[in-house]
Design a protein around this ligand. Structure first.
Ligand SMILES: Nc1ncnc2c1ncn2[C@@H]1O[C@H](COP(=O)(O)OP(=O)(O)O)[C@@H](O)[C@H]1O
Ligand SMILES: [Mg+2]
Length: 221
């Protein structure tokens, strides 16, 4: 579980998040709210990318900003945040994916491909693996970033507007895969979205934020 306790976040003097307290539990959580509400900021705080101005982020019982670097790094590795517009390196999509594995100690391209290919098949993007990452559309990028993230087997997968550039068919495929990893692998999935898409078969907990405030959680805890 990722527990957010009294999270305040400021950019300079501007308060972006105001005292948010919530638990991100197993299963699927939707963080919804209008543009500018603070969803992306909240996800990055939950991922340990941004440090809150005050408040605590507790992942599996560990207060990530209150332990030594090595411990914090170990905990942060359980979490993957996928940006709405993922950054890419030069070269093929596969090379980009291999790089992500290298950071985690897997160096063999064949081994990476063995892990990645079945997931790419589920999302119907196998042929993109050998394309130049710089040539992909926004939707294709979202899909391959998701393949990479799932292949890395996170405990927590935080997705920022993951459907924003996808067509209906892709939304279906992605929803199916998300449901599978939640059910079969126990991955905890968080989706930030400015609209509440109907994702078939997923019954998420919904955390609604508006102007940096948590206004509603349903079902009620
Ligand atoms: N780097 C930044 N510097 C200053 N203000 C920012 C920055 N990034 C986001 N903001 C502001 O923080 C607020 C929340 O942004 P964000 O978390 O991206 O919201 P959402 O994802 O819900 O659209 C917005 O008002 C936005 O303008
Ligand atoms: Mg956002």
């Amino acid at each position: 579980m990722i527990s957010l306790r009294n999270i305040v976040f400021k950019y300079g003097k501007r308060v972006i998040l105001r005292n948010i307290t919530t638990d991100i539990q197993d299963g699927v959580t939707y963080v919804i709210g209008p543009n500018g509400a603070g969803k992306t900021t909240l996800l990055k705080i939950a991922a340990g990318i941004y440090k809150p101005s005050s408040g605590e982020v507790i992942v599996d019982g560990i207060n990530i900003w209150d332990v030594d670097e090595a411990k914090a790094l170990e905990v942060r590795r359980r979490i993957i945040y996928v940006h709405e517009r993922p950054a890419v390196l030069r070269g093929t999509v596969l090379k980009n994916i291999v790089y992500g594995f290298k950071l985690r100690g897997v160096n063999d391209t064949g081994e990476v491909l063995r892990i990645v290919k079945p997931i790419a098949e589920e999302i119907n993007v196998v042929e993109l693996l050998w394309k130049n990452a710089g040539e992909l559309s926004a939707g294709q990028l979202q899909k391959v970033a998701l393949v990479r993230a799932i292949a890395l087997r996170p405990r927590y997968l935080l997705l920022d507007e993951p459907f924003s550039h996808l067509d209906e068919e892709s939304v279906k495929r992605v929803s199916y895969v998300l449901r599978r990893i939640v059910e079969d692998q126990g991955v905890c999935v968080v989706v930030a979205s400015h609209i509440r898409e109907a994702v078939e078969g997923l019954s998420p907990r919904v955390v609604m934020i508006r102007e940096g405030e948590l206004v509603k959680v349903s079902p009620e805890p």
